[in-house]
Design a protein around this ligand. Structure first.
Ligand code: FAD
Length: 605
């Protein structure tokens, strides 16, 4: 029986993201995917701002932004009451993403390309680590359909046991894999979920959506803008697509429609009627589909903390808010680093509980939001502009910035001193601000410093170290955290392999010198053990790029400073006062395993 560390069922968005983390942590994994190869066409396309940030953290934002359609504006069309024969008119327009929410935009790119970018990243990581073998499956086995799974209760308590068995078939071949952990990333009709006998709770009926990617021939003036259109003949959403002339229409079909009976001609005639009197012809239909969707949540997200459900396998909802791919890939992004950390023996298995806690709440919030949006989208407005107002108000949610993870081993709201960095929310993603990299005067955004490479970050806002008091406080704190960082770093790893310390100063660039920076912020790393001086940043006016006012943006008092602990997935884990080095150590004791017990013992004598 083949054995693997993690068996992932399905190579959709959630599965690929989880696997990429495992490649980063160098953990053996196998993906079983029933399709013959990667997704080539269709499905979701809305890429929320938070997802763009995540791609940026993997170094993929440039490709994504170059290829994608960028959304800056939304237009709301409704029935033209002044025309006797009906017709539609633009009722209002608004900004798509609130100013200052992120340094990155909201974009549209097809799911096949989104998945392809991540698959490319996974390959690059494996090549860098020397685990890629040309001509082999490299962890992804296409053409295999999983038929069932079971957890061996007699060994489930042993963290090293390969206690989950997964059966699969390919043509006439049958095989059973044994894995330590299994991820059910197999979509809305999940076999993993069914094998566990977990039901989906929620709607008893599905709504049916028609979606078509078309090249339109029309005089409709907003065809290159994201729009919602409410007409007497039905409702529709326009999503302009990458490339210049491709456009997607989402059309909610009447109750009782069955996806298999829907024909492309039905969608086309419905669209024509909605746009009338504007002509709407179709030069070409690139892709179309009709699919049914209910607003449902799996009754459980895990089995014995050894099998975890992700993505559509545990939550389904309408495409209106453009969330499907985003929430699913973020499930994979969440469980992936935690499993990587556990299987690398850096963290205890107990951190995995936070996956269930964090993502089941995110899914429940999404379904509640989608229900309200669907209700307003489908019905006749009670007040003029009601739908537009709700849509605009929900911009922050749709951008992916409202989920706040609750207290757990990896997110410590309790004991956090949030007032020390008052605009940074514990349990929320670390926001960005422009700073100047001290070693080369480059203006940079601070969030992308948190690359998705498996490391924790300790942001130390030390204030103005030209002042003696600030310098002494920083030196004292630095001595303590050096010891803490060592405790949780394997002896063979670089000093910053598990926790990377980052210093943000409120000095003037030209009056700052390297000897003001404690050594812990320039550890000797890399092949030649050269001092890495790229970890110090200054909040000052830049020669060309203006002032980022980072201290102000993070709500940190220059006189007091602050410490912000950031998880490997860019979420803020804890905020502390600069004096509280003990608080930093206590936090890491809860979620990381001591790696240097021997070193510690000997240093006491
Ligand atoms: C046809 C279709 C059209 C869609 N259109 C839109 C849209 O227009 N807009 C939108 O927002 N969302 C759309 N969605 C939803 C969106 O694509 C999903 O929310 C998102 O892909 C979920 O990601 P996932 O990784 O959880 O699942 P998926 O992307 O569905 O990936 C699941 C993977 O598991 C594989 N799999 C399933 N069962 C097995 C098995 N037994 N053994 C092995 N492999 C298996 C599948 O082949 C698939 O590759 C669509 C979904 C589908 C299926």
């Amino acid at each position: 029986m083949p054995k693997t560390g993690v068996l992932i069922v399905g190579s959709g968005s959630a599965g690929i993201f989880a696997a990429t983390w495992l490649a980063i942590y160098n953990i053996p994994f196998t993906i079983l995917e029933r399709r013959p190869g990667p997704l080539e066409i269709g499905q979701a396309d809305g890429v929320q701002v938070r997802t763009v940030e995540i791609y940026d953290s993997f170094g993929l934002a440039e490709d994504l932004l170059r290829e994608a359609y960028h959304i800056y504006e939304v237009c709301f069309w409704g029935v033209d009451d002044e025309q006797e024969y009906g017709g539609i008119t633009r009722k209002s327009r608004s900004i798509d993403t609130e100013t200052g929410l992120s340094h990155l935009p909201h974009v549209i790119l097809n799911q096949a390309r989104m998945n392809g970018l991540m698959l490319g990243k996974m390959e690059k990581i494996m090549k860098e680590k020397g685990t890629w073998k040309e001509g082999s499956a490299n962890g992804i086995k296409y053409g295999w359909t999983v038929t069932g799974i079971e957890v061996d209760q007699s060994t489930v308590a042993d963290p090293d046991a390969h206690c989950v068995r997964v059966s699969a078939t390919k043509d006439s071949a049958h095989e059973t894999w044994e894995a330590k952990y299994v991820l059910g990333c197999d979509g809305a009709h999940s076999t993993v979920r069914r094998s566990l006998s977990y039901t989906m709770l929620g709607d008893s009926t599905d709504t049916v959506w028609g979606v078509m990617d078309i090249y339109p021939v029309t005089s409709f003036p907003d065809i290159r803008r994201k729009c919602t259109v409410h007409s007497r003949s039905g409702n529709l959403m326009i999503i302009p697509r990458e490339g210049g002339s491709l456009v997607r229409f989402y059309i909610q079909l009447p109750a009782g429609a069955s996806p298999k009976d829907v024909k492309i001609e039905d969608l086309q005639s419905q669209a024509k009627a909605i746009f009338a009197p504007y002509p709407m012809d179709f030069a070409e239909t690139f892709w179309w589909s009709a699919y049914s969707i209910g607003q449902r949540l799996a009754e459980q997200f895990h089995k014995d903390m050894r099998v975890f459900l992700t993505g559509d396998a545990c939550h389904t909802h309408s495409p209106k808010a453009g969330q499907g791919m985003n929430v699913s890939l973020q499930d994979g992004y969440n469980i992936g680093w935690k499993l990587g950390s556990v299987l690398s023996h850096l963290s205890p298995p107990s951190i995995l509980q936070s996956y269930v806690q964090e993502r089941s709440k995110t899914a429940a919030d999404l379904i509640a939001f989608d229900k309200e949006l669907s209700r307003l989208f489908s019905r006749k407005e009670e007040r003029e502009g009601e739908f537009a107002a709700y849509f605009t108000k929900s911009g922050r949610y749709m951008a992916g910035f409202t989920s706040r993870y609750e207290d757990s081993l990896v997110t410590r709201l309790q004991g956090s001193q949030e007032q020390e960095a008052s605009k940074v929310g514990v349990g929320m993603r670390f926001p960005s601000a422009q700073v100047i990299r001290f070693c080369d005067a480059k203006p940079v955004q601070l969030q992308p410093v948190c690359r998705s490479d498996g490391r924790w970050r300790l942001f130390v806002f030390a204030g103005d170290v030209r002042r003696v008091q600030c310098r002494e406080r920083l030196n004292k704190f630095s001595r303590s955290i050096e010891h803490t960082i060592q405790r949780f770093t394997p002896p063979e790893g670089h000093p910053d392999a598990v926790i990377e310390p980052i210093l943000v100063l409120a000095t003037r660039l030209k009056e700052t010198e390297q000897n003001m920076v404690p050594d812990v912020f320039s550890p000797k790393t890399g092949k030649w053990g050269i001092k890495d001086v790229h970890k110090t940043y200054v909040d000052d006016e830049h020669y060309n790029a203006g002032h980022g006012h980072a201290y102000e943006q993070y709500g940190v008092d220059e006189g007091k400073g602050a410490v912000v602990v950031v998880r490997p997935d860019q979420y803020v884990a804890k905020v502390l006062a600069l004096e509280d080095a003990v608080g930093v150590e206590t936090f890491f004791e809860g979620c990381l395993l001591e790696q240097r017990a021997m070193v510690n013992e000997s240093s006491k004598h």
